[in-house]
Design a protein around this ligand. Sequence first.
Ligand code: MRU
Length: 358
Amino acid sequence: MSNCDFFPDAAGIRPIKYSDGILRLIDQRRLPTEEVWLEYTDYHEVAEAIRSMVVRGAPAIGVTAAYGAFFGAQASKAEKYADFVTEFEQVCEVLAATRPTAVNLCWALERMKSLVRANADQPVGNLKIGLEYEAMAINEEDIRINMSMGRHGAALLPDQVRILTHCNAGALATGGYGTALGVVRAAVAAGKQVTVFADETRPFLQGSRLTAWELHQDHIQTILICDNMAGYLMSKGAIDAVVVGADRIAANGDVANKIGTYTVAVLAREHHIPFYVAAPTSTIDLQAADGSQIPIEERDSREVTHLGDQQLAPTGVAVFNPAFDVTPARLVSAIITQHGVARGNYTEQLAAFVQKDR
Ligand code: MRU
């Protein structure tokens, strides 16, 4: 069985492929110049792939972690349920510790753990089979969800639209199709005339390396800009809407996303441009009352001081490298999910959307 059987016709890039017990990830660190696929069967290696950004983007790391959890289960020699559960929970802890901000990671692992807890009467062999199917289901559902989110989001856009996006919330950041770029793809499919301005997204360059690459592959008109050009374009009336993804949305609608998103949201408000966030309900964390409760990952200073092997800053300079920021709900015009669009007072609407999944 392969996860590619589910959507043979669904457009485009699939960064996560699974068949016959082998997980294949496109190495996103090497795009756009090289398309290299790496193979995984071991959960420690899957954890390292998430940590080192072979795979990145909130939904994509959730899907990948689910396969990692299956590999951990598969390798267990435990015969009794209690021993198996103890081992499995340790595997999930290792995977959960890889990246702290995107809640989809813990959401996917919780779903895998729930399956084990709900089937305590089953032999361990059956649990392993169930976990493999659950990981594939998480992968398949993610693509379906993105397509549905895309349709809701596209309906918000005019027939001719110039969209600014930040980071990569595309097929590469998900099982396929994308969240913010899913909205773009759905708008194009609906016959709208779309131009995307892609922020390059320093320091990891997800915009220039990944967003520009995948939109280019799909022949969607894309203009790459440096992050500090967004305000100028907005002031010239060249942007009609901002659409971004999210790594975690608090109960009140505050949105954690790639560093620089908050800056774009402030600029959008100043220029009366709608600022839309597209994210599946697995990105909503009702346990976090507001954005102050979202952990923000800090990454290696080398991402700021170097570009590949090229040193850009003096040796020993102090560096601050937060990977995400929080955009307050008041700057967000709407949150687009697979269940519909939330606007205004987010608390009740987001809770109702999450409830639909239960
Ligand atoms: O550090 P990354 O590349 O994992 O950050 C990704 C983002 O911030 C995306 O915008 C977010 O995960 C949404 S992806 C659908």
